[in-house]
Design a binder for this molecule. Structure first.
Ligand code: NDP
Length: 395
């Protein structure tokens, strides 16, 4: 079920905000924007997984009401660092969900992976405006997630630069006039590397994205292009178009962030320099706009924009993800869980780069996709797929 565009609400003078995953790449960029405009925002909750030092610094800098750390063993350090500040602290999975449930006008969903699903859903259920960076939760819970958004009257504003671009040029009033969505992709660090050398790719090489500075997991996903596969599934859920009307186009300069083609052959695009603070600012200020410190686009300096069709032999993840989307039901849940397991193990040095897609494909082959009938089933399928992927890793 694809989303329809939420109705803009009257913007409050001061927007109260919470940031899930504040210590990550998207989280830090979000706080950078907030810190530049303290008069526009009041910060409720910030959360992290283990990075108590940065979380405490952030909470002090923006005067957050509460700082929550998922890993309970880090709570003593967080408490110590925030002693005497009046900022509340909490730890654990339940506390993370409570942080999301705390009233705030706006919430950034920037936890990495499906660990973000439950807390993001909690904010959805209270009808918040959500800046959605955590694409894995949409991929994993698909139509359930979108149904919850619709029934709670929450607003989902995409933060992925591609989906932010589409969101800005998509005619939600007349989706039948959309011929296709063109998701652009940089092609990552291995677009031109000799295919037979890919088996020796190291985690350091995989996380060195040519255009974007991002967290480790999404950087590896960009290297395999699984990120584009996840974005394909995300786009299917966020915009009311069928899967076969979403194309992927490689555009190495990452200047055109995506496009929408209409029935009259008109193509609308959103452009900008590759700086996440632009799409984050769009989501943070929506339905208004706010200044962002991203470098301005100077096309005369760039001079040449290039495009090419994606190479599905080099990047098997693209077909794996499209097949999972077409299979429907729990297939994207399985894909996402297996990918998270494989990427984590690759980053730990336990498997090779080419094993990532192999593990994902084999997990999809072993775990039958079923129609998704409940959210509980999403969690169960996620667990099963992780177990199968782990057992494949052992072999
Ligand atoms: P990072 O790895 O940089 O940060 C992840 C954040 O989530 C950190 O705050 C981390 O805390 C926290 N976290 C990690 N695991 C858990 C857990 N189990 N429970 C609670 N919190 C957890 O990721 P990014 O910022 O790069 O990406 C975040 C999301 O945004 C991803 O879904 C990604 O796909 C998406 N995205 C990112 C973009 C980018 O530019 N980085 C662009 C578009 C989308 P700690 O620091 O303590 O580990």
């Amino acid at each position: 079920m694809a989303m329809t565009q939420p109705k803009p609400r009257v913007a409050a003078d001061v927007r109260s905000v919470s940031v899930l995953g504040s210590t990550g790449s998207v989280g830090c960029n979000t706080l950078d924007l907030i810190a530049r405009h303290p008069e526009k925002f009041s910060v409720k909750a910030l959360t992290a997984n283990r990075n108590a030092a940065l979380l405490a610094d952030q909470a002090k800098a923006v005067r957050a009401e509460i700082a929550v750390i998922a890993d309970e063993t880090m709570l003593p350090e967080l408490r110590e660092r925030l002693k005497g500040t009046g900022i509340k602290t909490a730890a654990g999975r339940r506390a993370l969900i409570e942080a999301a449930a705390r009233p705030s006008d706006w919430l950034m969903a920037a936890i990495v992976g499906s660990a973000g699903l439950e807390p993001t859903l909690e904010a959805v259920r209270r009808g918040a405006i959500i800046g959605l960076a955590n694409k894995e939760c949409v991929v994993s819970a698909g139509e359930f997630f979108c149904r919850e958004v619709a029934s709670a009257g929450a607003s989902l504003i995409p933060v992925d630069s591609e989906h932010s671009a589409i969101y800005q040029v998509f005619d939600f009033e007349r989706p039948d006039l959309v011929e296709r969505i063109i998701l652009t992709a940089s092609g990552g660090p291995f677009r031109t590397r000799a295919i037979d050398s890919l088996k020796s790719v190291t985690p350091e090489e995989a996380v060195a994205h040519p255009n974007w500075s991002m967290g480790a997991k999404i950087s590896v996903d960009s290297a395999t292009m699984m990120n584009k596969g996840l974005e394909l599934i995300e786009a299917f859920h966020l915009f009311p178009v069928p899967a076969d009307k979403i194309d992927i186009l490689v555009h190495p300069q990452s200047v055109i962030h995506s496009m929408v083609e209409y029935v009259d052959a008109s193509v609308l695009a959103q452009l900008g320099t590759p700086d996440m603070r632009t799409p984050i600012a769009y989501a943070l200020a929506w339905p208004e706009r706010m200044p962002a410190p991203s470098p301005k686009l100077r096309l005369e300096d760039i001079a040449t924009l290039t495009f090419e069709a994606p190479d599905t032999e080099r990047f098997p993840a693209l077909n794996i993800a499209r097949d999972a989307l077409n299979a429907g039901g729990s297939a994207p849940t399985i894909l996402n869980a297996a990918n998270e397991v494989a990427v984590r193990r690759f980053l730990e040095g336990g498997i090779g780069y080419l094993d990532i897609c192999r593990i994902v494909a084999e997990t999809l082959a072993k775990v039958p996709a079923e129609p998704l009938i409940s959210l509980a089933q999403v969690y169960d399928t996620d667990k099963t797929a992780r177990r199968v992927a782990e057992s494949l890793l052992k072999n």
